[in-house]
Design a protein around this ligand. Structure first.
Ligand code: GLU
Ligand code: ZN
Length: 491
């Protein structure tokens, strides 16, 4: 059932390069918002000046735009809850921290790091829960005055209610946390800097977020946030507690959790290899969700139509590069030829402009493109598939040469050249007949006969359909390349 009141948020911290896990979270939020006709809020959680960078912020925006994941409120879009960068909202957090303190929902904690550690170790040794022990919960005025007189710095700590916290996770069902497992926690540093634990739920409340969909790694912060939310509601700052849904972990190689530092987790890698945005989105949407039992290739429109958070699976998802590539290949085939030829441009014009200074042969490209489109898994593969058309001479690939240019290859090439010279160059079939006939003359089947021709002309043992390739390259260049190969064999 569509629900236009849905307000979700994507709220990354601008650190490092965008990675697969991050994009999956953005995608599920976006698909859920779009499915419901709701609102996608994009918020930047940049309160950690030491780790956040402007470069990372730019990359985040650029990546979302490339993927087509748009936002209704957020940086550059604006909106009723602006600003959407937390670094510009510090006054708001300060004020709310004051209100929490004044209302008794939070208190100053004067414990030093060493004291906390010593008590934690003692609790562990005694087999007691090792979280914060509530030492500063009920300090008397005299104790506070004494700590102040010592010049002790104080953090602000949130007072967890002494009650069990239960909520219904949209993915995992009902979850219960007992008080001993959720101790009081810091929300403002001694230097006054507010922490994620405060600013994240505060902004969710102020921005009227209805559904918090995020990675399973954040599950442990949810009972704390639920308690903080209750305080914000009592203070008249929040309206109601949002629904939470925790998306499953993504596992990489060797069934280890995919880490944002793993090279295969980098979004830029897929972009540089020439994944289509819609191919990558299709694949990433399958990390924890499925479209249907018998269909895993679909359009973005179909994804939006079908996506529901209730169908997300709690089990860890496995990142499968082969499957991602196969799905991308399907999306490449779905493009109309015009779009395909344009999408390849970054992998064509730049490299070949250098190699063939006289300019890019657009006619040859348009002729070969349909043959390439059905065979690529990623767009960057286009370069090696068509370079024979645009380079002065074919690439030198020693392995291919050694494989195809066995003894007897020269004799075959001489015959093939003769037959090709006499063939009809407006027909790929006629060129095939020529190579077939040359093979017969030397007792070779077509496959064996065409290998030396392919390597002489394209430089490689594998590539696009050979006879169409020869036709597009043309008679003159083909014969000259066979001559050059024969000279090399003779040399
Ligand atoms: N800024 C947090 C992060 O990137 C957001 C977590 C959340 O969705 O609550 O981990
Ligand atoms: Zn304390």
């Amino acid at each position: 059932m569509a629900n236009a009141n849905v307000r979700v948020r994507f709220c990354p911290s601008p650190t490092g390069n965008p990675h697969v896990g991050l994009v999956r979270t953005a995608l599920f939020n976006w698909a859920f918002a779009r499915h419901n006709g709701g609102t996608m809020v994009f918020r930047i959680e940049d309160t950690d000046a030491a780790r956040d960078s402007e470069e990372s912020y730019r990359q985040l925006l650029d990546s979302l735009r490339w993927l087509g994941l748009d936002w209704d409120e957020g940086p550059e879009a604006g909106g009723p809850h602006a600003p959407y960068r937390q670094s510009e909202r510090m006054d708001i957090y300060r004020e709310i921290a004051e209100k929490l303190l004044a209302g008794g929902y939070a208190y100053h904690c004067y414990c030093s790091a060493q004291e906390l550690e010593a008590r934690r170790d003692a609790a562990r040794a005694a087999g007691r829960p090792s979280g914060y022990d509530g030492h500063c919960r009920e300090l008397t005025d005299e104790q506070v005055a004494a700590y102040r007189a010592e010049g002790r710095p104080a953090i602000v700590r949130f007072r967890m209610p002494d009650e069990t916290i239960t909520f219904t996770d949209l993915v995992r069902g009902e979850l219960t946390f007992t008080p001993e497992n959720v101790p009081d926690y810091g929300i403002v540093r001694a230097n006054g800097a507010p922490l994620y634990t405060l600013v994240n739920p505060v902004d969710d409340a102020l921005m009227e977020i209805t559904h918090v969909l995020r990675g399973e790694d954040l599950l442990s912060s949810t009972p704390r946030q639920v308690a903080l939310y209750k305080a914000l509601i009592e203070l008249g700052i929040a309206k109601e507690i949002p629904a939470f849904g925790h998306l499953p972990y993504v596992m990489g190689e060797g069934n280890k959790k995919l880490s944002k530092r793993d090279p295969e987790a980098s979004l830029n890698l897929y972009r540089e290899r020439g994944f289509l945005p819609e191919g990558l989105l299709n694949y990433l949407s399958l990390l924890g969700w499925s479209f249907s039992a018998d269909q895993d290739v679909f359009s973005v429109a179909e994804l939006i139509e079908k996506f529901d958070i209730a169908d997300v699976n709690a089990n860890p998802a496995r990142f499968d590069l082969k499957k991602a590539e196969a799905i991308n290949a399907d999306h490449i085939r779905r493009l109309d030829v015009e779009t395909f030829t344009q999408a390849c441009a970054p992998w064509l014009r730049a490299p070949f402009a250098n190699w063939a200074p006289e300019g890019f042969d657009t006619a040859a490209w348009e002729a070969i493109a349909p043959h390439a489109q059905t065979r690529l898994t990623v767009l960057s593969d286009i370069t090696a598939n068509v370079d024979f058309l645009f380079l002065e001479a074919p690439v030198e690939d020693e392995a291919s040469w050694a494989k195809a240019m066995k003894p007897g290859a020269d004799a075959l090439l001489i015959t093939a050249r003769e037959k090709l010279e006499a063939a009809n160059w407006h027909s790929a079939d006629s060129l095939k007949e020529a190579v077939l006939a040359a093979g017969e003359a030397h007792g070779l089947k077509l496959g064996k006969a065409q290998a030396p021709v392919r390597v002489a002309v394209t430089g490689r043992t594998v590539g696009l359909p050979l006879f169409e390739s020869l036709e597009i390259l043309g008679r003159e260049k083909t014969l000259a390349r066979i001559d050059a190969a024969l000279a090399k064999l003779a040399g």
